[in-house]
Design a protein around this ligand. Sequence first.
Ligand code: ATP
Length: 540
Amino acid sequence: MRELRPWLQLILRRRGRLVAGGALLLATLISGIALLALSGWFLTETALVGLLFAAGVQAYINLYVPGSGIRFFAVSRTVSRYLERLYNHNTVLSLLTDIRVALFNRLAQAGKRQRGDKTGAQWLSRLTADVDALDTLYLRLIAPTALAALVTLMIVGLAWLLFSGTIALILLGILATAFGLATWGLYVRTRALSGQLNERQEQLRGQVIEHLEGFAELTAAGRTGKHSGRLMRHAFALSQSQAEVDARVGWHLSVTVLLVNLSAVIALWAGFGLFQQDLVSGPVLVLLPIALLGLGEVYGMLPEAFGKFGATLAAARRLNEDVQPADEQPGFQKRPAGQGAKQSALTASDLAVGHPGQSSVITHFSVAVEPGDRLGVVGVSGSGKSSLADTFAGLIDPVAGSLESLPCTYLTQTTVVFDDTVKANLLLGNPEATDGELWHVLELVELAERFSREVAGLDTWLGNGGSRLSGGEARRLVLARVLLSKAPLVILDEPFTGVDADTRGRIAPRIDQWLDGRAVISLGHGPEALLPSGHILHLN
Ligand SMILES: Nc1ncnc2c1ncn2[C@@H]1O[C@H](COP(=O)(O)OP(=O)(O)OP(=O)(O)O)[C@@H](O)[C@H]1O
């Protein structure tokens, strides 16, 4: 259960709300049980009085007190149920906010390596299915379990008072067995299977996304049928596991309800014995069994939650492992603060660059880049340019050596355009930029005319991943985004991918002039792919 600790601590920050919500749940449950018990008592009382009347015996019955009690509990049950739903759902949404915010904060601090380790489908799963498993922890699991235990003790106490200690202990034994079967027993029987379900669902979701994204390639290769057949087999296996978990939940639910009903029958049977000895009255005799039947409502909620408890624990474990802040990662070393480089924009000495589990791509790399410098880094495909740029930008940590730099802006090799407007995409580079500045950088990369032709201008929507732009246009747009930043160091990895030679020849000198006074490191396959550079390093 250690995996739940950080999330429970988060949930417990809203202690007041949890207690108030629990009290409302208790009020609803007690109203329901009291309504049943009092109605049973009242019906029996009126039936007995009716029999006495029929036998010609004079009898007395107070219709008003129990009648108003029944009305009171009927109303209090409805009102408290309504308030409980309203309040507890609000609580769950607040908890969801807390969990998401905590998660996003941790994710934002996580290193690039950690984020890059997972596919989009896996992150989607973390942020949806795994978070959902945690946000209902209180309402589905903690509150009903605490409530079931509390109300069981109250009813057993009632049995002690109205009937006898022995009967109370027998009822406690049966109810404790039902409680154990619906909670711990079911958890133990489903934890492994249920723990794997989310993971397998996540895998299947990833495979379906991959299938859809690669549909054109699969069709061209004539592999669509085979590929979708494999997906269907995985989906079938998954639904079988789900059915197995559901079957176990079903069994435990039946036995639990059976035991609760058995306790009601035993209470009735024991009550008859006491009635015959004149130790309890007829109406009191039915009160306890009916209250026990009412307990079935809360016991019925437990198996569903405990059948999924294995999945909840697995979700918490995954979130704990995958979304650790970077400085909690084993082996992570904080990069020296930028202020260390007083004069130089970037200084690297004896740097080794690489990826986990692989030998270093670059070793013994030393360079000093001063403000205003233009450094070019060229190398063949796979020589480590992007790994070096990632290391310069602080996205991955050096394997060895030292690195100090001023704050930088970084154009990665991948062109990332968000499904948003031109303006929103550009403002990521500098949220304070004015419309005039946005048009200016668009002019630098020769996109101003393209968007001034659009009716919406800067508010033109760019589509999923910039699908409404050509490859070269998308590249120039992200270049414009980087140009808006005021950072003293600019790192450009393959700045002109997809841009034709003529356009590149016109925009490169303009960009060079725009970045005057700032240090620029550009990386590419050859000098023509770079910004005009004073000094070029070749990677082998
Ligand atoms: N995330 C990663 N995990 C493991 N290895 C990686 C990772 N990224 C790159 N590599 C490996 O590091 C080496 C250098 O890759 P890198 O992308 O830095 O080269 P590059 O010079 O930028 O290549 P290109 O010009 O083709 O973009 C390659 O052998 C690559 O397989």
